[in-house]
Design a protein around this ligand. Structure first.
Ligand SMILES: [Ca+2]
Ligand SMILES: [Ca+2]
Ligand SMILES: [Ca+2]
Length: 221
């Protein structure tokens, strides 16, 4: 009977999907990495990380203007134009059931013109899909926007599915206009459901179960 139970348990384990982390970024140990303003323009330092920034369309003029890691999280402040953060490109071969999550927060009093956009590419960065109006805190054009005359949005964890593709890239874009306005991103994760069951693995489990059955019978005899 024990052996039969073991066989059933093994078959059950083989048929349930497993979640794996395909990509994660928590920004720990990266303080100062990113782009910061100066009198001579933006200074970019991404020497110790596998991600990049694009501040071509931002206007980083002083050390109060940046998209960089502060206290172990990505912080965008007074970008005065579209400042982007880009993940490395991640091979999606063998992964399905993709879910993207990250912690999103802000401080200061953003207005309607200020925004934070979350976009994903599943073709290696050629085309991007933008999540719009997340939980009603954005607009038809943006994932999140400020709210003129009110609280912008609460601290939250963004969770959305990602369509299947070949190569994943995450792009975060920020626009805010004062040094008192901050957007924060932390704990980015792309998870996948790795669905079973490759036949060799099932066969191995079956063999293991049958082996247990044989051992159990021998012990009885
Ligand atoms: Ca962190
Ligand atoms: Ca506001
Ligand atoms: Ca503003």
């Amino acid at each position: 009977m024990k052996a039969v139970c073991f066989t059933l348990a093994a078959l059950f384990a083989a048929s349930s999907a497993q979640a794996v982390t395909v990509y994660a970024e928590d920004f720990e140990g990266q303080n100062g990495q990113g782009a910061i303003g100066s009198s001579t323009g933006a200074i970019i330092d991404t020497s110790g990380v596998d991600w990049s920034v694009d501040v071509t369309n931002a206007n980083l003029m002083t050390s109060d203007d940046f998209v960089q890691v502060v206290d172990g999280r990505l912080n965008a402040r007074d970008t005065s134009g579209n400042a982007s953060w880009l993940s490395p490109i991640i091979d999606l071969t063998g992964f399905a059931g993709l879910t993207l999550s990250m912690d999103v927060s802000e401080t200061g009093n953003h207005e309607n013109e200020d925004f934070l956009d979350i976009e994903v590419s599943v073709d290696g960065g050629s085309t991007f899909f933008k999540y719009t109006d997340y939980l009603g805190f954005g607009s038809v054009d943006h994932t999140f926007t400020g709210n003129t005359g009110g609280e912008d949005f609460p601290d939250l964890t963004f969770v959305e599915s990602v369509t299947a593709g070949t190569e994943f890239q995450l792009r975060l874009s920020f626009l805010n206009t004062q040094s008192s306005e901050n957007f924060f991103i932390d704990n980015i994760a792309l998870n996948a459901e790795v669905s079973p069951v490759p036949l060799p693995a099932s066969a191995a489990l079956m063999a293991l179960s049958l082996g247990a059955l044989v051992v159990a019978r021998r012990r009885k005899a």
